[in-house]
Design a protein around this ligand. Structure first.
Ligand code: FAD
Length: 323
């Protein structure tokens, strides 16, 4: 059954986030040959419309407003609900990002719809669109179908491959005027945490440090390895609690969920709450002095040793490969 599906593109620092292209790819599956319409919300975002089309949107609807320069649940939900009212889609897809996690339940509530959050795979099987999503902190997966009404899902970054960009594609980018009003939250100023390099939740390589790094200084060799591999640095809560690094790096049940191609855990014991945030990484390498550490149970490759010896050796070897 062909469906019209709306896919929200997420813009950060003037560019579409990769998860938006993955959401488009999910939207294509849900549409079953129907129309996939991209939606861009913000202040000056229409210039990104053609790129969204090159990744698979049939056309793009843009809602621009000065009050949408920064994300607020109030402003974005007003914009999205207006587009939904206009387009009357049968499917809706957001990225399972901080923005998507905040906005999707609100939109689902307003529409009196269900929501399949954090989908890691989508397929059409037995005449249904079947979603796979983690349960019990990633220890198991469930399959879900929607039997009636809107098919609304958020997709976990780095799980559903984006379609390749086709620069020969072009299409309509239309504006929808929405009166954004009665905002209960006004963002006066955004103070960015100084973060270097690659975005942790979308990184293909994550080098994570635990209490075993022993100090803020101890993260230095991890940062060097991350730089050589074009990856991001993450951390266990143990490392964050010990003030070796900022909480924005925390991975796990109460931190970020990451699914990179390569996860290197350095001096992390592998508590269940940490595994909840990284156990679905494609390849896991664990470096730990303790051969009995729990992290080795989920690791594809284990190195029993001192991280301060092993990590610099890895960095030197990867440098030789000129990745
Ligand atoms: P430790 O358990 O102390 O492990 C340190 C490891 O480093 C040890 O295995 C040791 O052998 C090794 N080591 C030491 N020195 C070296 C060296 N030189 N070379 C190599 N290895 C070395 N934790 C999270 O990570 N994320 C979460 O989101 C999270 N949420 C939580 C939510 C709740 C409600 C609770 C109760 C806990 C949560 N935790 C979370 C905490 C979690 O239970 C663990 O306490 C924490 O993950 C431990 O961090 P760690 O592995 O860095 O430290």
């Amino acid at each position: 059954m062909a469906r019209k599906v709306l896919v929200l593109g997420e813009v950060r620092d003037g560019a579409l986030r990769n998860v938006s292209f993955e959401a488009l790819s999910a939207g294509k599956v849900i549409s079953e040959g129907g129309e996939v319409v991209g939606v861009l919300v913000g202040k000056s975002v229409s210039a990104l419309g053609q790129e969204f089309i090159q990744y698979g949107a049939s056309r793009v609807v843009v809602v621009e407003h000065a009050e949408l320069a920064q994300y607020t649940s109030d402003g974005y939900s007003q914009a999205l609900l207006a587009v939904i009212e206009e387009e009357k889609p049968e499917g809706l897809v957001f990225g399972h990002t901080a923005l998507g996690k905040d906005l999707s339940p609100r939109i689902a509530g307003k529409l009196n719809s269900g929501l399949i959050s954090d989908a890691t795979a989508i397929e059409v099987a037995g005449g249904n669109v079947v979603f796979t999503r983690p349960i019990y902190s990633g220890k198991a997966f469930e399959k879900k179908i929607v039997t009636e009404g809107l098919i609304f899902a958020t997709v976990r970054p780095n799980n559903i491959p984006a379609l390749p960009k086709d620069e020969s594609l072009s299409g309509e980018v239309n504006s929808l005027t929405v009166d954004i009003k009665d905002l209960r939250t006004i963002i006066k100023e955004v103070v960015r945490k100084a973060s270097e390099g690659v975005d942790l939740s979308e990184a293909k390589v994550v080098i994570a440090g635990g209490r075993g790094v022993k100090s803020e200084e101890g993260f230095k060799p991890l940062k060097e390895l991350a730089t050589v591999l074009g990856g991001a640095v993450g951390a266990s809560r143990g490392a964050c609690d010990a003030e070796y690094c900022d909480y924005s790096l925390q991975i796990g049940q109460t931190g970020k969920v990451v699914t990179p191609d390569l996860y290197i855990a350095c001096g992390i014991s592998g508590a269940i709450q940490h595994l909840a945030g990284m156990s679905n990484s494609k390849v896991i390498v664990a470096i730990n002095k303790d051969p009995e550490a729990n992290i080795f149970k989920v690791a594809d490759y284990g190195i029993v040793g001192d991280l301060f010896e092993v990590v610099p050796l890895l960095t030197e070897e990867f440098k030789k490969l000129k990745i």
